[in-house]
Write a protein that binds this ligand. Structure first.
Ligand SMILES: [Zn+2]
Ligand SMILES: [Zn+2]
Length: 358
């Protein structure tokens, strides 16, 4: 038995319970969780905005130590320090063969299969990971080694926020050295976009949020200009970019309003990458004439267009060698009984990333 925070239905509170976790089967690995970041997607899953089979153990941004391995597992062994990937590609589907493993057709299939029980009732692993627990069992493909120089509490964030944000800059938008970058929304993902932009050698890195604390944090990570949300964004950004607008914008909020204003704040021919996950009930509108005239690009971004096998080790190396400051993203630490509080902080826009240490 291990302790886990279990959600029975959307909208309810999490409940700490004893999870009966079976030993890993063929191709599976059992991991003792050192830390799990609280991601906005967990909040969306808990509220029912994103779908997930329930009851569920949420948490999909985890790192820990391998406890035991199932039959045929050769890529890791007990005692290994690992980060978990919530979307491990199969390498064989149409999208994987196209070189787009972040769109893999089966990468999230484990989330729909019960992996443990609580009081005899089946429980599902949130986003295939089940990180809000002392231990979990995942596919061998979801487990990647962490270098000794990176603490597991930092490595956990690479599983989702950091890979999404840094990947959005380096893989999806492919920001070039000297280009101007606008980052709207400075949670764990937005701050990772800021660090990714600095890594890419961006010129100006203009940061936008409604929280002065988060603006200050983003400036300490390499932001060059801070704008409090609520002003005329396009005009403010043109004022900082020789009247043109930014080369790149990253919307890390996902609201129709922030997507539209990010797009308007880019230059003619500029590119907006939507990293935030929005709802299905709002619409973003553009006039046909402005689409032609501004010749801008608006693109979606799933998991930072990440090839986990290649990109997660690369990002961990950047952290090990000091080019990414993952510790600076962590604004609080809670136990399994503190996750509802972390959700409330996130909904109110307080703090950067909270980690759960079970
Ligand atoms: Zn996430
Ligand atoms: Zn695939």
């Amino acid at each position: 038995m291990v302790r886990a925070a279990v959600l029975s239905a959307p909208g309810e509170s999490l409940r700490v319970a004893e999870l009966d976790l079976p030993e890993p089967g063929p191709g599976q690995v059992r991991v003792r969780i050192a830390a799990t970041g609280v991601c906005h997607s967990d909040l969306s899953l808990a509220r029912g905005t994103l779908r997930q089979a329930m009851p569920v153990v949420l948490g999909h941004e985890s790192a820990g130590t391998v406890v035991s391995v199932g039959e045929g597992v050769a890529s890791c062994a007990p005692g290994d320090r690992v980060v978990l990937c919530w979307a491990p590609p199969d390498g064989t589907c149409w999208y994987c063969l196209q070189g787009e493993p972040w769109l893999c057709e089966t990468s999230s299939s484990a989330a729909g299969t019960p992996y443990a029980t609580v009081e005899g009732q089946d429980v599902y692993p949130g986003l295939s990971t089940g990180g809000f627990a002392e231990e979990t069992v995942v596919s061998e493909r979801a487990v990647l080694a962490v270098p000794d120089a990176v603490p597991l509490e930092h490595a956990a964030l690479v599983g989702c926020a950091v890979m999404t944000g840094v990947g959005a800059v380096l893989n999806t938008a492919q920001v070039r050295a000297g280009q101007s970058v606008l980052v709207v929304g400075l949670g764990g993902v937005g701050l990772s976009v800021v660090q990714g932009a600095v890594l890419a050698g961006a010129g100006k890195v203009i940061v936008v949020d409604r929280s002065p604390e988060k603006l200050a944090l983003a400036m300490s990570m390499g932001g060059t200009d801070a704008l409090e949300a609520g002003g005329e964004l396009a005009k403010q950004v043109r004022g900082l970019t020789e009247r043109r607008g930014a080369d790149h914008a990253f919307d890390c909020v996902g609201l129709a309003d922030t997507i539209r204003s990010s797009w308007s704040a880019t230059r003619r021919g500029g590119m907006t990458t939507v990293v935030g996950i929005g709802g299905k009930d709002s619409q973003v509108s553009f006039s046909p004439l402005e689409l032609f005239h501004f010749a801008r690009t608006l693109q979606g971004c799933v998991y930072g267009s990440t090839n986990p096998l290649v990109d997660i080790p690369k990002v961990l190396t950047h952290a090990a060698e000091g080019r990414l400051d993952l510790g600076a993203l962590i604004s609080g630490t809670v136990g399994l009984d503190g996750i509802d509080g972390a959700f409330a902080d996130m909904a109110a826009g307080r703090g950067a990333r909270t980690i759960v240490v079970p």
